[in-house]
Write a new protein. Structure first.
Length: 191
């Protein structure tokens, strides 16, 4: 494969990942903004049906939300990728570490970079490098990691889109919404 094709393939993967990241952030925000309204409807339906929901606590909802929304670490990360992540992370830290630059914006970038490095998320690190103007080259050895991260984003989006809250938000009629809430109440109460 020619260098031009490699660069185009990597550019395509990075753009796909950026799109999926934006899509994921967008639907997470929609779910977050409507979670309380959904839970109010759950309370109404629960009372109407006289169904107690044992053990339903806010912390359980938070655990469920976190399990749906979190990204997974890639398995079998090559030594080459680990080394590259470490090198990229060091370059970012030189600019954003709170001891060097106390700007709130840079502290946030530092936090994002630390999370990305911990998860071997070379794409997020690359995006940060672009933001900061740090030149970094990706090569074909990183393609497997890029594809894994893209697949993980897609899987997380599917999980959210299969959640009761998302389905409820996208139901066409109030009747459909009520049925979804009732299904949710029955499922979590074990009926």
């Amino acid at each position: 494969m020619s260098d031009k094709l490699k660069k185009l393939q990597i550019k395509k993967l990075i753009q796909e990942y950026e799109f999926l990241s934006t899509e994921s952030e967008y639907i997470k925000e929609i779910v977050d903004e409507n979670k309380n309204l959904f839970m109010e409807k759950v309370g109404e339906i629960r009372k109407t049906l006289n169904i107690p929901i044992p053990g339903l606590k806010e912390s359980n909802n938070e655990e469920t939300k976190n399990s749906i929304l979190k990204d997974e670490k890639p398995e079998n990360v090559s030594d080459s990728t680990k080394s590259k992540v470490k090198k990229i992370y060091r370059e970012i830290v030189k600019i954003t570490h709170p001891d060097i630059n106390s700007s709130e914006e840079f502290v946030e970038v530092y936090r994002r970079a630390t999370i990305a490095a911990d998860n071997f998320n070379i794409l997020d690190l690359f995006q940060i490098c672009v933001e900061l103007g740090i030149p970094i080259d990706l090569d074909m050895d990183d393609i497997d990691v890029l594809n894994f991260l893209i697949k993980t984003k897609k899987d997380n989006i599917k999980k959210i889109e299969g959640s009761f809250i998302w389905l409820w938000l996208n139901a066409k009629t109030d009747e459909e919404k009520d049925k979804l809430v009732e299904m949710f109440v029955r499922q979590i109460s074990g009926i």
